[in-house]
Design a protein around this ligand. Structure first.
Ligand SMILES: Nc1ncnc2c1ncn2[C@@H]1O[C@H](COP(=O)(O)OP(=O)(O)OP(=O)(O)O)[C@@H](O)[C@H]1O
Length: 333
């Protein structure tokens, strides 16, 4: 479906681990995450509240602040490890090569500066030459009249502020945009329209996106690859279509059952009983075992790895090679 998922990834996350130092027990909010993102690819990151989605994005963008810290792994972006990079070098890459759009533009935009002057600040912070009309051009790209370069954030609606943040993220036409629920503060209609616009821009300009959302139906239409997180770990990773058609992990099944299908027949929503574990004391064995409808004895003892299941990977003992049913013996009569 997407011919561009080829060649070397532009982003290679390996063994990425983030801890919140809480004094007593460190909270491992991101645990040994691996992820490849190719040029032009749209990756959705889903999972219940508190599973570590935002922490993962902040860790990729090197925007964590204490008590959170990366305690292991690497984030190679266009061949360079961002984890080992100096803040000065990172500042040169941010906005120009990758940019970040967070949940609320109101928190990211400066309330006492006009949109235009914030765009100019971002441009001046880099050596890269930018055409004088670029701020107007990126505003037009996101459907805002350039007259609003003179506006202050409070003079724009919530949807326009999010669009203005996306425009700012596009100033240098980066190769990657990291987005943490950029539509979540908006009403449903504005969410859909902003999402369509993000997808359209991504296809026209060719940047890759790592996108966190709670909205499974939104992501089903827009992402190429889906990363399902549970309790800080990747529990399923694969092509979005494959995960939606045949979820391999019982948690992914539960997440999908908890959301109404847009196109499919109406079925009762079952959801996932129970709540996610405390990350300071995750359950032994599989972290999902206390809530899993398919758990068996080993699940409380054995920590599952990510196993290949067809075209996807799933962290579930049901798919461990040792648990695969033995081939049916030929009956000897
Ligand atoms: N300052 C902190 N100190 C200790 N633990 C923290 C801190 N901030 C976050 N955490 C823990 O890290 C885990 C991951 O949080 P994170 O915000 O990344 O999850 P999330 O999946 O993005 O949640 P949401 O969908 O609600 O935004 C949570 O379980 C949370 O308890």
């Amino acid at each position: 479906m997407h011919g561009h998922i080829e060649g070397k990834p532009i982003l290679e996350v390996r063994g990425l681990t983030v801890e919140y130092d809480t004094g007593a027990h460190p909270v491992v909010a991101v645990d040994d995450v691996d992820l490849d993102v190719h040029a032009g690819e749209f990756v959705g990151v889903v999972g219940e509240s508190g599973c570590g989605k935002s922490t993962l994005l902040f860790a990729i963008a090197q925007l964590l602040s204490p008590p959170a810290a990366i305690t292991g792994g690497s984030v190679r972006f266009q061949g360079q490890d961002l984890v080992a990079m100096s803040e000065k070098k990172l500042a040169a890459l941010r906005w120009r090569d990758f940019s970040v759009v967070m949940q609320s533009a109101m928190n990211a935009l400066n309330p006492v500066k006009s949109i235009g002057s914030q765009f100019r600040d971002a441009i001046m912070a880099h050596d890269e030459p930018v055409a004088d009309d670029r701020p107007a051009e990126v505003l037009r790209l996101v459907g805002i009249d350039p007259i609003h370069l003179k506006s202050y954030p409070h003079q724009l609606s919530g949807g326009m502020r999010q669009r203005a943040m996306i425009a700012m993220a596009l100033l240098f036409t980066p190769d990657l945009i990291i987005m943490d629920e950029p539509t979540s503060a908006l009403d449903v209609v504005a969410q859909r329209s902003l999402m369509l616009q993000i997808k359209d821009l991504q296809q026209r300009l060719g940047f890759a996106v790592v996108f966190v959302t709670h909205d499974m139906s939104l992501i089903s239409h827009f992402s190429d690859q889906l990363l399902v997180m549970y309790a800080g770990q990747v529990v399923e990773l694969g092509a979005t279509r494959a995960v939606f058609d045949h979820p391999a992990h019982p948690y992914s099944k539960g997440l999908l059952d908890a959301f109404p299908s847009i196109r499919g027949p109406k079925v009762p929503l079952t959801g996932i009983p129970g709540s996610p574990p405390n990350l300071a004391h995750p359950p032994s064995g599989c972290r999902f075992n206390p809530r899993c409808p398919e758990a068996f004895a080993d699940c409380t003892k054995v920590e599952p790895e990510l196993y290949r299941v067809g075209s996807v990977q799933a962290r579930c003992l049901l798919h461990a090679p040792s648990n695969k049913p033995a081939p049916v013996q030929e009956a000897t009569s």
